[in-house]
Design a protein around this ligand. Sequence first.
Ligand code: HEC
Length: 240
Amino acid sequence: MIPRIFIYITLILIAAALLPPAITAYMRTSKKPQPRIHFIQDMDNQGKFRTQHENPLFDDNRAMRPPVDGAVMRGEIVDSEHLTSGTLNGTWATSFPSQITVNREFLQRGRERFDIYCQSCHGLAGYGDGIVDQVARDLLVNSRLGKGTSWVPPRNLHELTIHQQVVGEIFNTISVGKNNMPALESQITVEDRWAIVAWVRALQRSQNAELTDIPESDRDNLETVNLIPSNNEEEEADEE
Ligand code: HEC
């Protein structure tokens, strides 16, 4: 037979255990003028104006301000799919948009932007051997930091598959990134992204140039800077 006292104590304990949830439920459902007890403040309570509330600072008393005249919403299409997304009727555009004029100055701009935004990973000439790649490879081999990790190297932009990509697709890669490559559209303007595309094309062309790409009148000069072997016969002999 259990002594009565134990039964009483158990009942009291059960009743006491019900108190916290009861208080919590009451607190959650009732309204009070004072703020709730809030142990961990973080930055939850601070002076601010909420949406759809009043703010006497402004003439119209509205806390929400209308956009400034001429404001363009982020991502708002500037009326050309070709220009802003590199597509035409849902497929990658094969040409530069009409708003863009590719000339020497534009290429220079592209080169400058490429050197700022791309070469750290892809290398100055686009071979995927930028400083980031070099450091990563070094860490992988020589540092504890590299243990258990892997490295996705930046693409070599002279690979055939990238050569075969049309300009719209490259524009898209710069804009939204690709697998491990970050999106850069928030950092580089639409025009500059096209300028970089033009420079990528120039780099690709430069690494695969044929003698016939060079105007005949300029070919003599080339020999002096040693871009083509000065003694073709010797070269052929070596290969044999
Ligand atoms: C932080 C390093 C990094 C930067 C900066 C970077 N890339 Fe990349 N890029 C990568 C990596 C890594 C890949 C390979 C992604 C994969 O295949 O997983 C890649 C892939 C690519 C590809 C091939 C995409 C495909 O279809 O396979 C192109 C083209 C390219 N990058 C162009 C650029 C251009 C142009 C810039 C500058 C605007 C740039 N990248 C900046 C790291 C970078």
